[in-house]
Design a protein around this ligand. Structure first.
Ligand code: GAR
Length: 249
């Protein structure tokens, strides 16, 4: 999996889409070695759809809720969700037939992707070509409320994680993490703002590392594939993230 080119991305969102905005901005001004081919949202009211439109990037709404509701005759709730998800993912796979995508980038997409969908993006190294950004220092605080969980736990440091997606919830092989301090007197919004600034930076960096072939993935007999970043400037980049976390740049 070596790329020394601009990657072709599909970005999945569910909400405001500030990560999407950052990637679109960076793609257009040359800071990101990738182009966004299209955007998928699982809901029609996601503001990120507006952001895609402003850049002239095609977007698709794959309404998971509607798919689940179309099985309202099925009495078992879990089965209803399973069938709804399968139908939504089949709709997404149809969209992918029109494009050649290198990576799917989850940017605040609040749905789990099932093996039925993921298997279409499997690489020889055993990872899926699907990335996620999570607003916590995994494996701490997986799930939907990374900033809230970090803040309410009373952590002194928070973090953000970029990882390959696997079949679990926020359990895939980690590509990069960045940390930020939480100061006495901070509120949740201070914490979220500090974290999001890092999210934009670290997500773009990971995509650039993938584009330039600096992400080494070692297949391991038992356990998760091991990811190593082969960037001679690795330490400088991490130091820059720390400076950014302290508001120094
Ligand atoms: C981001 O903080 C992202 O890390 C988080 O949702 C937010 C989306 O913000 N993702 C998750 O919690 C995934 N489990 P955005 O729509 O403004 O990019």
């Amino acid at each position: 999996m070596v790329y020394e080119k601009r990657l072709k991305l599909a970005i999945f969102i569910s909400g405001s889409g500030t990560n999407l905005q950052s990637l679109l901005d960076r793609s257009s001004d040359g800071r990101l070695s990738a182009d966004v081919l299209f955007v998928i949202s699982d809901r029609g009211d996601a503001y990120g759809l507006e952001r895609a439109k402003r850049y002239g990037v095609p977007s698709y709404i794959v309404d998971y809720r509607k798919h689940i509701d179309s099985f309202r005759h099925v009495s078992d709730r879990i089965e209803r969700w399973r069938l709804g998800y399968r139908q939504a993912e089949a709709e997404m796979l149809e969209i992918f037939k029109r494009y050649e995508v290198d990576y799917i980038v989850l940017a605040g997409f609040m749905r789990l992707l099932t093996p039925y969908f993921l298997e279409n993006f499997k690489t020889e190294e055993g990872v899926f070509r699907v990335l996620n950004i999570h607003p916590a220092l995994l494996p701490a605080f997986p799930g939907m409320h990374g900033y809230e969980d970090t803040f309410h736990y009373g952590c002194r440091w928070g973090g953000v994680t970029v990882h390959f997606v696997d079949e679990g919830e926020d359990t895939g092989p980690i590509i990069a993490q960045a940390v930020y301090p939480i100061f006495p007197g901070d509120n949740l919004e201070d914490v979220r703002k500090r974290g999001l600034t890092l999210e934009y930076e670290i997500y773009a960096q990971c995509i650039n590392w993938l584009a330039s072939g600096m992400v080494d993935i070692e297949k391991i007999e038992k356990g998760k594939p091991k990811v190593t970043i082969k960037d001679p400037n690795y330490k400088d980049i991490i130091q820059k993230w720390i400076a950014l976390a302290f508001g120094k740049i």
